[in-house]
Every structure is written in C-alpha cells, then in structure tokens.
Design a protein around this ligand. Sequence first.
Ligand SMILES: Nc1ncnc2c1ncn2[C@@H]1O[C@H](COP(=O)(O)OP(=O)(O)O)[C@@H](O)[C@H]1O
Length: 194
Amino acid sequence: MFSFEEIKENLKRDLKKSRYEHTLRVVNKAEEIAGKYKLDINKCKLAALLHDCGKGKEEHYKNKYISEYNKLIKKDEYVEFKNPFLEHCIIGYLVAKNHYKVEDNDVLNAILWHTTGRLGMTEIEKVIYLADKTENGRDYPSVDKIREKSLINLNDAIILSINNNIKYLIENNQIISINTIKLRNELIGGISGR
Ligand SMILES: Nc1ncnc2c1ncn2[C@@H]1O[C@H](COP(=O)(O)OP(=O)(O)O)[C@@H](O)[C@H]1O
C-alpha cells in the first residue's frame, strides 16, 4: 500500500495538470463533507485522491488488467462502464486495487461509483459523489444549491445533483446510467438515511 503522499506524487506525474488540480479540490471537499457527518476522513480523502486515477490512460490500464476487467464487465450493473464517459470509473477501481494496492472496499467502491452513484450507496460513496460534483472549481448553474445541501443532507443533495445531471445528459444526447436512475428512485421514494 502506498502512503497518501506517495499516491499524490504519482498522480501529479500521471494526470494532466487540470485533472490533478481538480483531484486536490475533491480531496478538500470530501474532507469538508465527511467532517460534517463525522465519517472516516482518511477513507474519504483516499477515495477522493484516487477517484480519477484511471483518467486519461484508460486503454493502457484496461489492457494491463484485462482479465479482471473482462470478468467485472460481464456483471449486469457494470455493463455500462463500457461507455467511454464512464470507463474511467472501473479503470480507476482497477488501478487503485492493483497498482496502489488499496484493499478497503469502502474506498474502492467510492471510486467505482463516483460518477453514476448506485442503489444502496454507502455514506462514503455519497461523499465522494458529491465532492466530485461540488468541489470549489466547479461552476454550473445549480452548483451552489447542491454545495449548500451537501452539508445539510446527503440524500437531498444527491437528488438535486442527479436532476441536474440527467438534464445535462439529455441535452447532450448521452446515455443515462441505469444505476443513477435506480439511485434517484430509491432516494425520491423516501428511503430513510441522511
Ligand atoms: N449518470 C450518468 N450516466 C451516464 N453518463 C454520465 C453520468 N454522469 C456523468 N456522465 C458522463 O460522464 C462524464 C464524466 O463525469 P464525471 O466523472 O462526473 O466528470 P469528471 O470526469 O469531470 O469528474 C460526464 O461528462 C458525462 O458525459
């Protein structure tokens, strides 16, 4: 297992500058949100640091971890990670697990589901999902509302974020993850949680 600082050094080298800077802002935002809900800060910071670790070198890492990739991608809920916009999620999961030797499933799942979310998300997964969408460099019309809500109620913030996300995906004629739809239905259905 690499230390947090070692991973940071590696990512500084491997990611393009803007992606690395986004990553550091996601770490800060994840720390802020996790602190609010008294969640495990170290797990959240590690997942935030690694959330985009597969970005930009998807083909390279896919080939490197092809047998595990092929096994995972067959699962119904993972099929959509074949989509080029979502591929970095499963690649990030594989790189965190196999290259950075992360064994903690809370951290690995937060990386895997950071873009789409999924039914039955853990609170750590929700923190990384929201930290990615609301880090201080993000600037889109509803970001302030989602940012504010993230520190009040995780589920309500995610509903706002998904509504915004779906509009964007429709306007750009992109696929909408079935996992996102399932999550939205779960949260709108009023399943308890925070
Ligand atoms: N719920 C979703 N279902 C399908 N595609 C999505 C979804 N959310 C985002 N995407 C696509 O994935 C891309 C990457 O999203 P994301 O990882 O959140 O952005 P970033 O790489 O900037 O952190 C988006 O630009 C969009 O095209």
